[in-house]
Design a protein around this ligand. Structure first.
Ligand code: UDP
Length: 416
């Protein structure tokens, strides 16, 4: 198990965004939790939404006096292939899971137990990968165990639910992003709902002017800054539907001849499907010179800070940001783009419908045709893009930034 070391961060840094009173309220909420030992467990420190959320939350909790540690599971690629299968099953794909899978799951987790040499007051298990640890501890279990599910589990495959039921069923609480995701039959002590957030103070979400962003897209990635740019930022994953985005772009191209498409995605450590799906996307794009596919296999930087600034440039400099997911627990990328006042066209699925109010601060779409129609419309109407982008930023400021999320967590911990 790897430890991710993070410096404490002061909630006072957010005063300019949320006001002094809200900062004071969070400090008050945290006061009785000072010294509480909290362990966060997940499967990757790099790539994907959980790795994005945890640094801010862990640093802020540490800044408020909680004793927080973040550990990342170690495992062979066969383990991550299995857990991706579990993830896909939870999102509704028909998957097969056999006894041998359970044996591989538990034997890997058995080699990740060193962190339990001490007592914890709270153990927060993110997604399915570390969930089995709870059963392995038996009589040595301490503290309250919380399963934090980040995926869209509105119609999970029975095999995935059966696989996880003994572990999650024995925890003290399950926390989903939306009520629709609560899995019947898992039956932990309690079920709670908390929406995720983005951190406006990270380099990824810092203000970057459209013109500077477009200069970066031109200089570093070769896009033409004088022509329209449509972007999707996502892992290469079937649920993010990059092939559907290419289909939509091809429709748009008939209407807006000079449009360019950028598909931008890193390869997460715990997502072994990424390389294969990246190759499939490249093949599907064919030889169209106006489709740009960037990943950490090529031009997209692997250096964390540079990478964050590159993503920022794509989200700040594009004319339209697409997120054509067919399943999406929340979709941090949607909130990130909205925060940057982008005009966003996104799948009418999962947590995205909590973020975008259709036709007000972005568009929700259900298929390729609707996606193409809305992207085309927005490319033709700069004033509409601007108006929706301004409202999108306000939507995120009100509901989806870190301090609200932190307060929800503290309230949850205090409720035990
Ligand atoms: N991300 C990134 N580089 C990429 C693709 C994604 O840094 O090439 C980040 C993105 O900015 C967001 C997170 O990874 O913060 C993805 O979270 P989201 O909830 O959108 O999707 P997930 O990958 O968790 O399904």
């Amino acid at each position: 198990m790897r430890r991710v070391v993070l410096a404490p961060k002061a909630i006072r840094e957010y005063e300019g965004l949320i006001g002094e009173e809200a900062v004071g309220a969070i400090e008050e909420l945290a006061a009785p939790l000072r010294g509480a030992r909290v362990l966060h467990l997940n499967a990757t420190a790099y790539g994907g939404g959980v790795a994005e959320l945890l640094p801010s939350l862990v640093s802020l909790k540490r800044g408020l006096g909680l004793e927080v540690e973040w550990r990342v599971l170690s495992g062979a690629s066969s383990f991550f292939e299995l857990t991706k299968r579990l993830h896909n099953g939870l999102q509704g794909m028909d998957v097969e899971l056999e006894l041998a899978h359970r044996a591989l799951y538990l034997s890997t987790l058995e080699r990740n137990m060193e962190v339990f040499g001490r007592d914890w007051d709270f153990v927060v298990v993110h997604d399915p990968q570390p969930a089995g640890l709870v059963g392995l501890l038996d009589g040595r279990r301490t503290g309250h165990w919380i399963w934090r599910c980040h995926v869209d589990t509105s119609s999970p495959a029975a095999a995935a639910v059966e696989f996880l039921a003994p572990d999650i069923g024995s925890m003290d609480a399950a926390v989903y992003s939306m009520p629709e995701y609560a899995i019947p039959g898992l039956d932990p002590g309690r079920t709670e709902f908390v929406l995720p957030s983005i951190d406006p103070l990270t380099p990824k979400n810092q203000p970057l002017s459209r013109s500077l962003a477009r200069q970066i897209l031109a200089a570093r990635f070769g896009l033409d800054p004088d022509r329209p740019i449509v972007t999707q930022v996502s892992r290469f994953d079937p649920w993010k539907d990059p092939l559907g985005v290419i289909d939509a772009y091809r429709e748009v191209k008939r209407r807006v001849k000079d449009v360019q498409l950028a598909l931008v995605g890193n390869l997460a450590e715990d997502d072994p499907q990424g390389g294969e799906y990246h190759a499939k996307t490249v093949q599907y794009a064919g030889s169209d010179p106006d489709i740009y596919i960037f990943s950490t296999l090529d031009l997209l930087s692997c250096d964390e800070l540079t990478h964050a600034l590159e993503i920022n440039a794509f989200q700040s400099g594009s004319d339209v940001v697409v997120q054509k997911s067919t399943r999406e627990g929340f979709g941090l990328v949607v909130a990130e783009a909205m925060w940057k006042r982008a005009a966003v066209v996104a799948g009418r699925v999962g947590g995205i419908v909590e973020q975008i109010e259709d036709g007000v601060n972005g568009y929700l779409v259900s298929n390729v045709e609707e996606c193409a129609e809305r992207v085309g419309e927005l490319l033709e109407k700069p004033a509409l893009r601007q108006q929706m982008g301004a409202l999108a930023r306000e939507r995120v400021r009100e509901r989806f930034i870190t301090p609200r999320h932190l307060a929800d967590y503290l309230t949850l911990l205090r409720s035990f």
